[in-house]
Design a protein around this ligand. Structure first.
Ligand code: ZN
Ligand code: ZN
Length: 286
């Protein structure tokens, strides 16, 4: 049987709209047979996702999307097949929860100065037990009619250098990769083209990423076009990195970013799932 992979998506444990079990259910409906739940800086959604995946007979891979710093840039590193109970990783996610809350308080204070009130309570209510992200603030601004799109919220308030921007110190990329690999996972650079790097910076990044123990890059995402796929496939081959496939699904409102609706990985690229230790990472009905 050919497996159908989606190795990047979000639940209500971070900034996704669906609960972990609703997400797994939707993935199953979309024909996904191997799913990685990769919430921002948390593994809290995994246990609920795992029990739903077992019921449906879909393979669930323990995942996470860690925010990390490299050369003053914020990058996202996906961990696939991690052990959420691995002590250093669990400590790091607990710390990240605190940092995200502190950042949320500061963002809300800056918004207050712009006479936008109630943001902290609003995002806390929306995030529930999950991680508070800037998307929660964007949704709040949208719901209160301060902006008309999510993007406008970033362009006017939340983006780097804007009035409610708060810089955060994330873990160094090498450390984030270490948490992932030492917990038994594979580290994958998420959506490499979203950092707006020049070709020479991209090459420096990929060399440093590989050097630090990174093993894959996302070649197929919900947004990549054929030219970008070709470019990413070339990067993967020239840096000896495997290719991953992930929609970065957040909510059912964006039908163009549906779970599992992904182009095939080019044949020149080694699939990242060949690196998984199946006995550990794949959980499902067998
Ligand atoms: Zn990301
Ligand atoms: Zn993501």
């Amino acid at each position: 049987m050919t497996e159908h992979y989606d190795l990047h998506c979000h639940s209500t444990a971070s900034d996704g709209a669906l609960s972990p079990s609703a997400l797994v259910y939707r993935a199953h409906q979309q024909g996904v047979s191997v799913l990685a739940l990769t919430d921002h800086d948390t593994t809290m959604g995994l246990s609920q996702a795992r029990s739903c995946a077992a019921d449906l007979g879909i393979h669930l891979i323990n995942g996470i999307e860690l925010s990390a710093s490299w050369q003053n840039k914020c990058l996202h590193i996906i961990g696939l097949g991690i052990d959420p109970d691995y002590e250093p990783l669990a400590t790091a996610t607990a710390q990240l929860r605190t940092s995200r809350l502190e950042r949320a308080v500061k963002i809300a204070e800056k918004l207050e100065k712009k006479r936008i009130t109630g943001a902290l309570a609003g995002v806390q209510k929306a995030a529930g037990d999950g991680m508070i992200t800037r998307s929660h603030f964007a949704n709040f601004l949208l719901s209160q009619f301060h902006v008309s799109t999510q993007q406008e919220a970033f362009d006017r308030y939340l983006g780097k250098g804007k009035s409610a921007y708060v810089s955060t110190t994330w873990a160094e990329m090498a450390l984030a990769i270490q948490w992932i690999t030492q917990s038994g996972g594979v580290a994958v650079l998420a959506h490499p083209l979203r950092y707006q790097l020049t070709a020479s910076w991209m090459k420096r990044l990929l060399a440093a990423f590989k050097d630090a123990g990174g093993q894959g890059i996302e070649v197929i995402t919900g947004r990549t076009n054929p030219d970008e796929i070709k470019l990413l496939a070339n990067y993967a081959s020239s840096f000896g990195l495997a290719g991953s496939v992930g929609s970065d699904f957040h909510n059912p409102v964006n039908p163009w970013l549906e779970l599992g609706r992904l182009a095939p990985l080019p044949e020149t690229v080694q699939p990242v799932w060949e690196l998984f230790d199946k006995s550990v990472s794949l959980v499902g009905a067998n």
